[in-house]
Design a protein around this ligand. Structure first.
Ligand code: PMP
Length: 282
């Protein structure tokens, strides 16, 4: 397996990290997870642009240009001979330096990226998931895809321990997003989701959902909904690059709609597959 680093391509076994590394010691960095279908990146530009926005927000100045990165990412797939469904993990940190909170001088950013086989979890897409609600205790800059994922990790574990697959986060009752996904509510044929403020991560799939809704006359309303509204929802769904579009059947003890994946959710799944060029065996 070949990995991409700031020094070029290396074999996975060759990669070592100094113990004084900003990502390891401070979570001082940002990341992306990019979907690959049949050996091709999906929503690549959206992810790369978000990576650059995340880096700029925390003042990491990468030694590679955006154009270089596209080229490297392309080469990474070729060098690994990726032809099937996979995902790319990429992170950039403020580099390696003696441990001090303030930014080190003259230390370049560290980059690493690798590809991993990853097949679609079509069972969850078809059958839906259960969720729990939790207070969103994260910081106020959730639009940055930061390596600091402790609140997200704890929320996901809490979901797992309650036989749920995702946690829906809320600030004083107002739903922000999931622990690793965006959240949507459907009522009377309209899709509601938290506006893309600093309080949520503007998902690349969320952008695609907005585009698909606009193109197919499904009202897409950027208005946060309340946890309480879920009791009156027709549908709830979550999205992310790896999970795609997941129908939510239960939120805590509340059954959503009639307890089956909803019509709009299934329609968006179909449009999404079409957009991504996913072939589904019927
Ligand atoms: N919100 C959070 C907190 C996430 O971790 C993710 C997954 N990266 C998303 C939303 C969805 O983002 P995307 O659609 O770009 O995968």
């Amino acid at each position: 397996d070949v990995m991409l680093t700031e020094k070029g391509f290396v074999q996975k076994e060759e990669l070592t990290y100094p113990f004084e590394e900003r990502g390891l010691q401070f979570g001082d960095g940002v990341y992306e997870v990019i979907r690959i279908y049949e050996g091709r990146y999906y929503l690549l530009k959206e992810h790369v642009e978000r990576l650059y926005r995340s880096m700029a927000a925390i003042k990491i100045y990468p030694p590679f240009s955006e154009a270089d990165l596209y080229d490297y990412l392309d080469q990474l797939l070729k060098k690994n001979g990726v032809v099937s469904d996979a995902k790319l993990y990429l992170q950039v940190t403020r580099g390696s330096a003696p441990r001090n909170h303030e930014f080190p001088l003259n230390t370049g950013a560290n980059l690493y990226a690798y590809v991993k086989d990853f097949s679609r979890n079509t069972d969850l897409m078809r059958n839906g998931i259960n969720t729990i609600t939790l207070e969103d205790i994260r910081w106020e800059w959730c639009y940055i895809k930061s390596l600091n994922l402790l609140p997200n990790v704890i929320a996901k574990q809490e979901a797992k321990e309650n036989d749920a697959q995702e946690a829906i986060l809320h600030k004083n009752g107002l739903v922000t997003e999931g622990s690793s996904s965006n959240a949507y509510l459907v009522r009377n044929g309209k899709v509601y989701t938290h506006p893309a403020t600093k309080r949520i991560l503007g998902g690349c799939v969320r952008m695609k959902i907005e585009e698909l809704c606009n193109r197919h006359q499904i009202p897409f309303i950027e208005e946060a909904f309340q946890v309480e509204d879920i009791a009156y929802a027709d549908e709830v769904f979550m999205t992310s690059s790896t999970a795609e579009i997941l129908p939510v059947l239960k939120v805590d003890t509340v059954t959503v709609g009639d307890g089956e994946p909803g019509r709009i959710t299934r329609e968006l799944q179909r449009l999404y597959e079409e957009d991504a060029g996913i072939r589904t065996e019927k």
